[in-house]
Write a protein that binds this ligand. Structure first.
Ligand code: MSP
Length: 508
């Protein structure tokens, strides 16, 4: 079985999950579910980034211990992922003992194998707590971090451990230019190559005066014990989740895919591979840098008051409708906007009127004309036309062109549109009236094959609704146990349909 270990970014434990976090987890979940339907051995890792100054500050503001804050937020995030149907296999927390041990083992390994990669340096510069990173002049506008304009930058003067990132410049350039799949989409790869060309500076690997973190395994020459810089310990979560330094964990390193937002692609495609190379460990196979969900064109910002409550969005039309909307509307290789109007429009047009209506009409006709049992039929032009869309669907999902989830959905929904056109043109009610039983059988069973395929194709995106449809059409077992390679032989003859509630009620 092909192993497919995929990860998302681990979210900062300093506030509730928002739609941006949700978008990334939903996208990754669709990819995980897609690979399970291919029959791959999937391991899907998500988790929480629980250390660092930002978490420490939020806990202090709330007057609680950092551990109490991160415990509460880990519960809130994991509960949100349940509500959204995120089928993760493992939830890593950077306060886990396994993670702490793994991070220290990784740093010790770098110290053993490439001792020159760490050196002490006095440093001064602007630190953005929002990014948890030192900022260079180009990243500062009007005295503020361009990514966090509502936060105040901190002037930091410290003596720290530094990681000799600059030594990996050629290695990284070769990695990114020689292996185009390592980082996709291409726009992100070009950004990273440009960054490398401008020159890589060494990065801080430890911080002083920060209690909330993992002790850096080696004290400074002064004897001062420092705390591992939060990014330097967060990135290794993907490795520590496998039980590193032993292979005791549920996942097996290296990962096949890291899914992260464009704001943190640099950490994943420059710092992380350099750390792994310094430790003489294998690199992840791919990184996908997705874009941002904007709210009516603006970036979300707690302090600027641009917010959108995920639970409110779920309550509007259900979790699967939200999953569909986000992945259909916001291209996975770029940015896109959430608006309530657009959400309602897509719900009505694509889900209630197109997919839901097709399902209810076909099921009702099988009940009415064939007493609920799907008749015999053989493949026809609709199967051939679907096969073309299915091929395009796979090309958008299987990684060969990256992860173009919006395109995959477009091709799956093209099958739905075709199904509706087919009902109109074949007019089963006319055939029934004429008593043309053979033709009616052929049409009904073709439509049932189409619905069954749609349930499987859309299951990665709308797992709960796909299963509801699967139940109504009387498909065998669970939709998630189906396999794509069986779709071409799929035959619904003999299935017993049961009309249930509307898949996408209009008044929801
Ligand atoms: N803790 C770091 C990641 C460490 S990974 C080793 C972090 N956390 S975060 O909570 O700020 O962001 C988590 C993920 O959500 C990131 O991939 C980020 O890009 C993504 N998003 C945050 N806001 C987003 C949108 N508005 N839209 C889409 N994704 C966005 O960064």
């Amino acid at each position: 079985m092909t192993r497919f270990f995929l990860t998302t970014a681990i979210d900062y434990a300093n506030g509730d999950p928002h739609i941006g976090h949700a978008y990334e987890k939903i996208g990754a979940d669709a990819i995980a579910r897609y690979h399970r339907l291919r029959g791959d051995d999937v391991h899907f890792l998500i988790g929480m980034d629980e250390h660092g100054q930002k978490v420490e500050q939020t806990a202090a503001q709330e007057g609680i211990a950092p551990q109490a804050l991160v415990d509460r937020l880990a519960d809130r995030f994991s509960a949100m992922w349940q509500r959204l149907g995120i089928s993760y296999d493992q939830f890593v927390r950077t306060t886990d003992a396994m993670h702490r041990r793994g991070v220290q083992a990784l740093i010790t390994r770098i110290l053993d194998r490439n001792p020159d990669d760490f050196y002490e340096k006095a440093y001064e510069g602007w630190y953005c707590v929002g990014c948890e990173a030192f900022k260079q002049d180009a990243e500062i506008a009007d005295g503020k971090c361009v990514l966090h304009p509502t936060r105040t930058l901190e002037w930091v003067e410290e003596r720290n451990w530094f990681f000799r990132l600059s030594r990996y410049t050629d290695f990284l350039r070769r990695l990114l230019s020689g292996n185009p799949q390592f980082l996709q989409p291409e726009s992100r790869r070009n950004e990273m190559l440009a960054l490398i060309d401008r020159g890589l500076e060494d990065v801080s690997a430890s911080r002083s005066r920060l209690a909330w973190g993992i002790p850096f395994p080696k004290p400074l020459s002064s004897g001062e014990q420092q705390t591992t810089y939060v990014w330097f310990e967060a990135l290794p979560n993907y490795l520590t989740a496998t039980g590193f330094p032993e292979q005791r964990g549920p996942a097996v390193w290296p990962a096949q895919l890291h899914i992260v937002g464009k704001d943190i692609t640099r950490f994943h495609t420059i710092i992380w591979p350099a750390m792994l190379e310094a430790a003489e460990l294998p690199l992840p196979a791919r990184v996908w840098g997705h874009g941002f969900v904007l709210f009516s064109g603006e970036r979300f910002s707690k302090s600027a008051g641009v917010r959108l409550d995920v639970d409110e969005a779920i309550a509007r039309h259900g979790a699967d409708a939200l999953r569909y909307f986000l992945l259909r509307e916001v291209p996975f290789d770029g940015d896109g906007s959430f608006t309530w109007e657009r959400f309602d429009e897509r719900y009505e047009a694509d889900l209630a009127n197109a997919w839901g209506n097709l399902a209810s009409r076909v099921i009702a006709m099988v009940e009415k004309y064939r007493a609920g049992t799907v008749p015999h039929g053989v493949p026809d032009a609709a199967d051939a036309a679907d096969a073309e869309d299915i091929a395009r669907y796979h090309a958008a999902m299987d990684g060969s062109r990256g992860y173009l989830l919006h395109e995959a959905l477009r091709h799956a929904m093209a099958c739905v549109t075709r199904g509706n056109e087919f009902v109109q043109s074949a007019a089963p009610w006319v055939l029934a009236k004429k008593g043309d039983d053979e033709a009616l059988d052929a049409v009904l069973t073709s439509l049932m094959r189409q619905l069954a395929r749609q349930a499987v194709l859309l299951a990665p995106f709308m797992p709960e609704r796909a299963q509801a449809l699967w139940d109504q059409i009387g498909g065998p077992g669970a939709v998630l146990d189906q396999r794509f390679h069986h779709l071409k032989d799929l035959d619904a003859e003999g299935w017993k349909v049961h009309k249930g509630d509307a898949l996408f009620p209009r008044d929801a």
